[in-house]
Write a protein that binds this ligand. Structure first.
Ligand SMILES: [Zn+2]
Length: 133
């Protein structure tokens, strides 16, 4: 299953799992499915709080979309909420993490013991429940 594979890749890259990392994985996955572009033809511009754990989102996007610091096709700037603009030559996709989603994550007590289970829950939610796009 694609989601499970991505969680493994995300954990290997980032060092642990968490809800913001999982949100980034889902965002990158959505962009890839929607824009059908290779990571060499896609750009990601993220706006979010540049502070952990929210910034873990950036690593999730890198893993799932293939837009990476090394390819210089991802940027992240400070802002409120979490939003992303993915663009290719042929089109673009703007998405924003829903306020309800952020409120839900804020209400959880994420610990080392439950972070993997919570990340799995995020991965299993439909895109429309997590993002406005
Ligand atoms: Zn993290």
């Amino acid at each position: 299953m694609k989601e499970e594979e991505l969680l493994n890749d995300g954990k290997r890259f980032h060092g642990h799992l968490g809800p913001y990392l999982a949100l980034g994985l889902k965002a990158g996955l959505l962009a890839k499915e929607h824009l059908k572009a290779t990571p060499f033809k896609m750009k990601a511009n993220l706006t979010l709080k540049l502070e952990k754990p929210v910034s873990c989102f950036i690593d999730g996007v890198q893993v799932a979309s293939g837009c990476t610091m090394g390819k210089r096709n991802i940027t992240a700037v400070e802002g409120t909420g979490i939003s992303a603009l993915f663009s290719t030559e042929g089109g673009s996709l703007r998405m924003r993490v829903k306020d309800e989603t952020l409120a839900w994550i804020n209400s959880l007590h994420v610990t080392k013991e439950n972070e993997e289970e919570i990340s799995r829950q995020v991965m299993q939610k439909p895109y429309g429940e997590l993002f406005e796009y």
